[in-house]
Ligand binder design. Structure first.
Ligand code: SRM
Ligand code: SF4
Length: 596
């Protein structure tokens, strides 16, 4: 029997229900079937196994060490202290720590099958949700992290919440499976803390999902909002980016960019990263409808045969930007759209340290190494530190797109208290760090990610120690240079628009992409196909030395590279389209052969 496709599995799932409840009720196995894992993603969880022990368990003829990763969604990264404490408590059900994600969410790893329901239940009771954190739907919507109290920041945050609410999948399955049917049960529905969006979505749907239909989207869909000149949500990497246009201090409307996305496969030219392109400008009142028109265009025109080419970036390439725009506009009868406004960005960096937020209060953006909230022996005690802050200062908390944490709404009288708690737990302010270190990020990779080809989160700090030494030696410690790493070409660490991106190929081997930009608006090219981990710092040194020698006064790394270098190999659009067409023909042939 041939394996069911993801499309078939979604179609047969009855609102993403499948046999999840039955399989999680079965205590005789530590895992679920691969089909159900596909559905589980839409509920915000992945089945994984501990890859550190995979080989030794296989040798001993033992089953893989199965567990589940669970991802909480919070638009714009906003989480209250009470919600933080619930997540911190849940670490005991997981591997003892949590991971801030670069889409401003939180992941718990290592949750056992028997514990997953309790974890999801508690996340929901905290007022957040895991619905649609993964899967072929609109994911967590990213937004500007800084809690600046002005009309523009208020509107961008409101927009992330409106989008999140509009695009939650609708089905009673979520509540039935994880909340004991509490979907319409007084206990949790009456809980004032419960996210109203989850409540509405879980009780609403009998029958077909009004936006997603029966087969949901062809692939994941990512949305981010950024306020110029700070591109912290990295909008060009998103399927859909939104940038407010401000008139007299108020948001008049948003420019929408489409077709960004980073996943690729090494050596397969029909897959490649793309940056988003400006599509149109819409007045504020019409923005969420315009987003829906884009999402449904992708729903109806995206590739449902080849998942490798199913992201909206390929739909935009295949239809052409003008063709795509025409289809979106056709879906907005009676709504006027305009040419996009010009967009100018400076950087994707977080503004670390203490700042005024505009209402007499302060916020403090705290550096978290690789986003891992863990108590390290002899190192920062992140978990204990943020637990104490949540318990005693009780401030709103924000996860940034660079996986740092912002403590918001701090009374100036409490600044010393917060500093004392940070210092007590060895969580130092980033002042002494190189500027490159403050923004460097690596994806999770080993030991939990099933797709990792090499180390990433566990490797980058070591790489950066050596790179930092070179930066200091060359007097470049305050230069904005964006380093990012991923353990495979899927690009979770967003390496393809970094100044320098390391992309895992095999254990201790990385492709090096160079020539993106800290502004997030240029793609890097493949400079070195495969570099041994030990040789990476020397390759970086060569680039930094050349930059130091050749730069013009005040010129940043990205501008120096753009002025003096031709980027390494990157498939031209022509090559890409030829490969894409060849692949489609091959797949169609295979389908006919299978049917015969
Ligand atoms: Fe990702 C798959 C982790 C952001 C592109 N990503 C995965 C999985 C779930 C592996 C899997 O499919 O089995 C990883 C789980 C590892 C683990 O053990 O935790 C994973 N991705 C992450 C996170 C945690 C990395 C991080 O350092 O924070 C990020 C979670 C964000 C969130 O809260 O939702 C994360 N992933 C990204 C980004 C960056 C972004 O979204 O801004 C990208 C590139 C942008 C894009 O989507 O194009 C990204 N992840 C992928 C892909 C490639 C998609 C593609 O179009 O080809 C995969 C693989 C897939 O979907 O088949 C993937
Ligand atoms: Fe895993 Fe690859 Fe994503 Fe890293 S980039 S988390 S290795 S899928």
């Amino acid at each position: 029997m041939s394996k069911a496709s993801v499309e078939d599995i979604k179609l047969a799932s009855a609102g993403l229900r499948g046999q999840l409840a039955e399989q999680f009720a079965d205590t005789s196995t530590p895992n679920i079937t691969e089909d159900m894992n596909i559905l589980l993603k839409h509920h915000g969880s992945y089945q994984q196994d501990d890859r550190d022990v995979r080989a030794e368990r296989s040798k001993a003829k033992l089953e893989k060490a199965w567990s589940f990763m669970i991802r909480s969604k919070m638009p714009g990264g906003r989480i209250s202290s009470a919600q933080w404490l619930i997540h911190d408590d849940l670490c005991t059900k997981a591997c003892g720590n949590m991971r801030l994600t670069n889409r401003q969410g939180i992941q718990l790893h290592g949750v056992l099958k028997g514990g997953l329901k309790e974890v999801i239940h508690n996340v929901c009771h905290s007022g957040l949700s895991t619905m649609g954190a993964c899967g072929d739907v609109v994911r967590n919507t990213m937004g500007p992290a800084a809690p600046i109290k002005d009309a523009v920041h208020a509107d961008t945050q409101k927009l992330t919440e409106e989008i999140s609410q509009r695009f939650l999948w609708r089905s009673t399955a979520y509540a039935d499976i994880w909340l004991d049917g509490e979907k319409i049960d007084p206990e949790w529905i009456k809980d004032p803390e419960v996210n109203p969006a989850v409540r509405e979505a879980t009780k609403a749907a009998e029958g077909e999902d009004p936006i997603y239909g029966k087969v949901y989207l062809p692939r994941k869909f990512k949305i981010g909002v950024a306020i110029q000149p700070l591109n912290d949500a990295d909008i060009y990497s998103q399927d859909l980016g939104l940038v407010p246009h401000v008139v007299n201090g108020e948001v008049e409307g948003y420019t929408l960019t489409v077709g960004g996305g980073f996943g690729m496969s090494h050596g397969q030219l029909s897959t490649r990263p793309f940056l988003g392109q400006p599509l149109l400008y819409a007045k504020r009142a019409n923005v969420v409808d315009a987003v829906e028109a884009i999402v449904t265009t992708q729903r109806d025109h995206g590739n449902r045969v080849e998942r490798k080419n199913a992201r909206m970036k390929y739909t935009v390439q295949t239809m052409g930007l003008d063709g795509f725009r025409a289809e979106v506009v056709r879906r907005l009868p009676g709504i006027e759209t305009f040419p996009p406004k010009e967009l100018v960005f400076d950087t994707v960096e977080d503004n670390l340290g203490w700042h005024e937020q505009g209402d007499g209060k302060l916020y403090c953006a705290v550096f978290v190494s690789m986003g891992r909230i863990v108590d390290r022996e002899g190192g920062p005690q992140y978990r204990a530190c943020f637990r104490e802050i949540a318990e005693t200062v009780k401030c709103p908390i924000i996860v940034t797109p660079n996986t740092n944490l912002i403590l918001a709404d701090i009374d100036p009288a409490d600044k010393a208290k917060v500093d004392a708690i940070l210092a007590k737990h060895g969580v130092v302010h980033a002042d002494g760090m190189t500027r490159a270190r403050k923004v460097a990020h690596a994806c999770v990779a080993l030991p939990t990610c099933g797709l990792a080809l090499s180390e990433s989160e566990r490797a980058l700090p070591g790489f950066m120690d050596k790179i930092d030494a070179t930066l200091r030696e060359l007097g470049l410690e305050d230069e904005p240079i964006l380093f990012r790493m991923t353990g495979c070409p899927n690009g979770c660490g967003r390496p393809y628009n970094a100044d320098i991106g390391f992309v895992g190929r095999a254990p201790n081997k990385y492709a090096m992409f160079v020539g993106g930009s800290i502004r997030g608006n240029r793609l890097a090219g493949l400079e070195y196909k495969s570099v041994l981990g030990d040789d990476v710092p020397a390759k970086v040194r060569e680039l930094l030395e050349a930059f130091k020698a050749e730069r013009q006064p005040g010129e940043i790394f990205a501008d120096w590279f753009g002025r003096t270098r031709t980027k390494g190999a990157e498939p031209t659009p022509e090559q890409f389209h030829i490969e894409l067409a060849e692949r489609a023909t091959k797949l169609a042939g295979e389908k006919v052969a299978a049917a015969e």
